[in-house]
Design a protein around this ligand. Structure first.
Ligand SMILES: [Zn+2]
Length: 252
């Protein structure tokens, strides 16, 4: 779509924004992913070495474990939302939920620019907006950008993660006391975003496999899905509220 390309795997999404001044990569995925991402970029006819900026959806190993390698290989500037900075710089050790789990750790990567809510990342005439949508992690980021297509502007939303993972403590969380308030705020943010092209950190969020099949069959509008976005956000908010309710009742 315009200058936006998919360079991830079947479920772990990675996106490349191509500009005349170099490219922006969103998500480095697993520790083993950079060679696959590089191959995808080259298959599209672009240069991996032209990656100038690296962004992430959130600081979990399936979206940021490859960052140290991408930065080392490309020299890209690593830009991360404030709440996730200590986590990526500690290789996951400072994650509020998984910090003590060795399976969730990854090579630490130094952050070049600390992002704050509604900051803009600009390169070669393309601007992305960083919406802080915390809860899943303290710095979960939903990225938005606009693409011109056939004389109209399409609003792209790349959802960071609205999901409450198994084991997440929403009530009485002493490590992350404002977690429930952050999720509630996140749903307010997501509901207020204008969305034509619905994307996210995992292909499963937005039905990548099914939409990709339609797109390959010639449906150029397969990824235009404002209704699917609204339904997804509403469904995830309901799931959050149900889990909050469940945990609140258990505590009483
Ligand atoms: Zn996650």
């Amino acid at each position: 779509m315009g200058n936006l390309y998919y360079v991830g795997s079947e479920d772990l999404a990675a996106y490349l924004v191509v500009t005349p001044k170099g490219n922006i990569l969103i998500n480095s995925n697993l520790k083993s992913s950079p060679p696959l991402i590089k191959a995808s970029i080259e298959k599209l006819g672009f240069r991996y070495e032209d990656t100038k900026i690296l962004l992430i959806s959130h600081a979990h190993f399936d979206h940021c474990a490859g960052s140290a390698e991408v930065v080392r290989e490309t020299g890209a500037q690593y830009m991360v939302m404030d709440g996730d900075v200590p986590v990526v710089e500690s290789g996951g050790a400072k994650d509020f939920a998984y910090g003590k789990d060795p399976d969730d750790q990854y090579p630490p990567a130094r952050v070049d620019r600390v992002l704050h809510d509604l900051d803009t990342v600009e390169l070669g005439g393309t601007a992305l907006t960083a919406h802080k949508t915390a809860g899943h992690t303290r710095g979960t980021t939903t990225w938005t950008l606009d693409e011109a297509e056939g004389g109209r502007t399409l609003h792209v939303v790349i959802v960071g993660s609205p999901n409450v993972n198994p084991g997440y403590k929403l009530v009485g969380n002493t490590v992350y006391p404002q977690i429930a308030a952050d999720y509630a705020r996140q749903f307010g943010v997501l509901k207020a975003l204008a969305c034509d092209i619905f994307l996210g950190a995992h292909g499963g969020y937005f039905g990548l496999a099914e939409k990709y099949a339609r797109w390959k069959a010639g449906d150029e509008k397969a990824f235009i899905d404002p209704a699917g976005y609204k339904a997804y956000v509403a469904d995830r908010e309901k799931a959050f509220e149900a889990e909050l309710q469940r945990q609140s009742v258990v505590r009483k």
